[in-house]
Ligand binder design. Structure first.
Ligand code: DAH
Length: 341
């Protein structure tokens, strides 16, 4: 009998749906029982042999069974999907107590650290930072600074020339000129930056860093220069450091002096760092040459100033006891990591 077959199919399909272990399995069973090749579709075809009266009754019965199975399928599918989700939540749960991935952190380069510290110390007494181009006009790098055409610094062996009137700046002093040209005194500026010279050995690098200082005001004297540098050096190296000024010559300052500080390593007793002299030179300084003021259209009878230029590698070498200047540019992580905060 067809209706017995129908009962059997229904029972078998319900049992199979109940036994399905996941939604994929369940879907395959749906295709198997309710699909076009399935037993219900087969029964529909068998209905051809029924009488006119029986056909609609049996058709209705098949449709009821089919609808019942579809509803059962939907329920099972929802239940399995929920179970699968629960399972996923349970197994993929995040353990918030696990340590995160370790990311390598960058750190400031020791030269940048020195620059930042110098700027910080001098900003406390009113200095602020200015910058200038690394490719500089002859006028700013030499001429306006009163460096005459026959000065050795102008030699091709010391200076990288770009063309006849442009050089890679050999010092940060041109920023003095640029500032005096574009700003009105009084001025207190610092100009840190990269500088270039045709030179390379343990204590010379073709690319190194300087910080330039410039003060322009009324009635400025060597005493102001000395006081400022003494303040700076003690803040930077510590209160026990002594300074001394040695008479020197720079075309852009008059008078000029080289600045030495007592060796912070041996405290002046003499060691390798200070070549057993007890003193280490940190840079040049002086009162701004009236010719330089005049080049910048400042009246030397009204305005005076002092300037200084310190070597940043020099300062880092003294502060951290580094003996080879080339280490700063080699990017060796074993070296650089020693300066991480
Ligand atoms: N520009 C000089 C150099 O590179 C350093 C210097 C000396 C700068 C004396 C100054 C200064 O401002 O007054 O060797």
């Amino acid at each position: 009998m067809l209706s017995e077959k129908l009962q059997a199919i229904h029972k078998e399909a319900v049992a199979a749906f109940n036994a399905a272990k996941d939604s994929k399995d369940l879907y395959e069973l749906k295709v198997k029982y309710l699909g076009k090749q399935g037993p219900l579709a087969g029964l529909m075809r068998e209905m051809a042999g029924l009488s006119k009266e029986e056909k609609p009754l049996f058709g209705k019965l098949v449709n009821e069974v089919k609808q019942g199975l579809e509803d059962h399928y939907s329920q099972r599918e929802a239940a399995l999907a929920q179970a699968e989700l629960n399972q996923k939540i349970a197994t993929e749960a995040l353990d918030l107590s696990l340590p995160g991935p370790v990311r390598a952190r960058g750190a400031r380069h020791p030269i940048q650290k020195v620059i930042n510290e110098v700027v910080e110390i001098l900003s406390r007494i009113g200095y602020s930072v200015r910058t200038g181009p690394m490719i500089e006009k002859d006028w700013y790098n030499f001429e306006a600074l009163n460096i005459p055409a026959d000065h050795p610094a102008r030699d091709m062996q010391d200076t990288f020339y770009i063309d006849e009137s442009h050089v890679l700046r050999t010092h940060t002093s041109p920023i003095q000129i640029r500032t005096m040209e574009s700003e009105k005194p009084p001025l207190r500026i610092l100009a840190p930056g990269s500088v270039f010279r045709c030179d390379s050995d343990v204590s010379h690098s073709p690319n190194f860093h300087q910080i330039e200082g410039l003060l322009i005001d009324r009635k400025v004297s060597m005493a102001d220069l000395k006081g400022t540098i003494a303040y700076f050096v003690k803040e930077y190296f510590g209160p026990e450091i002594k300074i001394r000024f040695r008479p020197s010559f720079f075309p852009f300052t008059e008078p000029s002096a080289e600045v030495d500080c007592s060796c912070p390593i041996c405290k002046g007793k003499g060691c390798r760092m200070c070549k057993h002299s007890g003193w280490i030179e940190i840079g040049g300084s002086g009162l701004v040459n009236p010719k330089v003021l005049a080049h910048c259209k400042l009246n030397p009878d009204e305005w005076q100033g002092f300037a200084f230029g310190f070597g940043m590698e020099r300062m880092a070498i003294i502060k951290y006891g580094i003996e080879d200047i080339r280490l700063f540019a080699e990017n060796d992580l074993r070296f650089l990591r020693q300066f991480e905060a």
